[in-house]
Design a protein around this ligand. Structure first.
Ligand code: SF4
Ligand code: SF4
Length: 477
């Protein structure tokens, strides 16, 4: 408690006023080495986000999330709909990697790379400060704010959000498709137009209104911090041993008074915090590790000629005087899990053929008599071409069986990386069926290295035959 400074009202949440209303955050910008580095990284990430849909690797986009086809391309490698296991291993690996990075480096992602903070701090907020003026002490609004300037700000926000929503959409539909849509009327592709409008609306809601609440309330990663961090994780901490007791700067210490610590209680670290917390109260879930309080405090330390680092990157253990410990159980266990997942991923991948073949039962009646004494079953064959080149497949039943396959096209062309489902009839003589069943092997081959067989159980009559094929009759297409 400071005798020289009026006591602040008690706060429940940093973003709530005492009467429960929203306390708007207007953090002061604190220049310094971390802000400079974060700014450069932020602009590089924005450039990467915008350019990525245009970049290709091995003839494929770097990242392409084709939800309609359920295909996901990452750096030239495409996970197809049949790669559920690979996708599951990839997702688990991603989660474990997040756990590992957080255990080592704390919320480095939030403060330095998360799009929420990057766009808010380096795109939207600078525009606000440019038009309305920089905030004053304790988050007082900028002095140049007028209704016209505020309206101009929102128009600029809308244009930026609209452009970013298009870039976002390009990750899901490809750049070529996006450009075609941009040059056409929205009525020719209403769904994509709605997707862009919704994304723009969400961005406006987030960057105009919700802002730091996304980090504090909505982000699940932020909520899980306490489980992911340990005492040795890198966090941003205030050195209470050095800073306390905080108080006005003392050039000399009058006899009978206590010598103040290095913290002069200027509140610059609080005023600059985008989530409005006071880092001097210790590690808090609201801290997004943006390092703005470090820059703010370092500038103060420079001014009062004290060593920098009163607020710094450290760990709870180090702040308590314990030695730095990098190797610890979770830092060993997580990489071991990652290694196992990587091995499993490689194993599953290497066991994949250049094509996946799946023989599915046809729709409608299980069987019918196609010609006297010949029982036909409808089936559907799905071929996924995993190779980088288009391929043509032939389908037939294995030799030495009395069954035959009836298809419209004797050869089926499937483009590289695509799946195709087509119908076929498998016909066998009635005499081949025992207890109403007859098992056949269907062989699919591309005429080169790929050849596989799929088992299929034909259904047939036990007694009287069902009435004619009716509408189920045909080639199953
Ligand atoms: S900026 Fe540094 S000196 Fe000022 S209140 Fe924060 S910790 Fe204390
Ligand atoms: S406490 Fe410091 S590092 Fe944490 S969010 Fe606030 S300014 Fe950023």
């Amino acid at each position: 408690v400071n005798a020289w400074k009026p006591e602040q009202p008690e706060q429940v949440l940093s973003t709530l006023n005492a009467d429960g209303s929203r306390r708007w955050m207007r953090p002061r910008v604190s220049s310094g080495r971390f802000l400079t580095a974060r700014r450069w990284l932020g602009y590089a990430l924005i450039a990467l986000f915008v350019l990525m849909p245009y970049l290709q690797f091995h003839g494929k986009p770097l990242i392409f999330l084709n939800l309609a086809a359920r295909e996901f391309t990452f750096f030239g490698f495409t996970l197809l709909p049949t790669d559920t296991l690979l996708l599951a291993i990839f997702m688990v690996g991603l989660i474990v990697s997040i756990f590992l990075v957080t255990a080592l480096l704390g919320r480095i992602w939030c403060g330095w790379m998360c799009p929420q903070l990057v766009y808010l701090e380096f795109v939207y907020r600078p525009i606000e400060y440019l038009l309305e003026g920089v905030p004053g002490y304790h988050g007082a609004p900028g002095k140049r704010a007028t209704p016209v300037r505020t309206m101009v700000k929102y128009v600029i926000y809308l244009l930026i959000s609209f452009a970013l929503a298009h870039v976002f959409l390009a990750y899901f539909v490809s750049v070529e498709q996006l450009w075609r849509w941009v040059h056409e009327s929205p009525f020719t592709h209403p769904l994509s137009f709605i997707a862009v409008a919704l994304t723009t609306g969400l961005m406006m809601f987030d960057f105009c209104f919700f802002r730091e609440q996304t980090c504090i309330l909505a982000c699940p990663y932020g909520r899980l911090q306490s489980a992911m961090l340990d005492r040795d994780s890198l966090i941003i901490s205030y050195d209470a041993q050095r800073g306390e007791p905080r108080g006005r700067l003392q050039r000399t210490v009058p006899p009978g008074t206590t010598r103040h610590g290095d913290c002069i209680d200027c509140d610059m670290c609080v005023d600059t915090c985008p989530t409005g917390i006071d880092i001097r109260n210790g590690l808090q879930l609201e801290c997004v590790a943006c390092a703005q309080c470090i820059d703010a405090c370092d500038a103060i330390m420079d001014k009062i000629k004290k060593p920098r680092g009163l607020i710094r990157y450290s760990s709870q253990a180090q702040m308590a005087g314990e030695r730095k410990r990098i190797i610890r159980p979770r830092v060993i266990v997580y990489p071991l899990i990652l290694l196992s997942l990587l091995t499993a991923f490689g194993f599953v991948l290497s066991s994949k053929d250049v094509a996946d073949v799946k023989l599915l039962r046809g729709r409608g009646r299980p069987f019918f008599e196609r010609t006297p004494g010949q029982i036909a079953n409808q089936a559907r064959l799905r071929i996924t071409n995993r190779a980088d080149a288009d391929a043509t497949y032939t389908v037939r039943v294995a030799e030495d069986t009395p069954a035959t396959i009836v298809v419209d096209e004797p050869e089926v062309a499937v483009a590289a990386g695509e799946s195709k489902i087509f119908g076929l009839l498998i016909v066998a003589p009635r005499s081949a069926f025992q207890d109403g069943r007859y098992d056949v092997e269907v062989e699919v081959s591309d005429g080169a290295a790929f050849r596989t067989t799929a088992s299929y159980r034909l259904m047939g009559p036990r007694g009287a035959l069902p009435a004619g094929p009716g509408k189920e009759r045909g080639d199953g297409r």
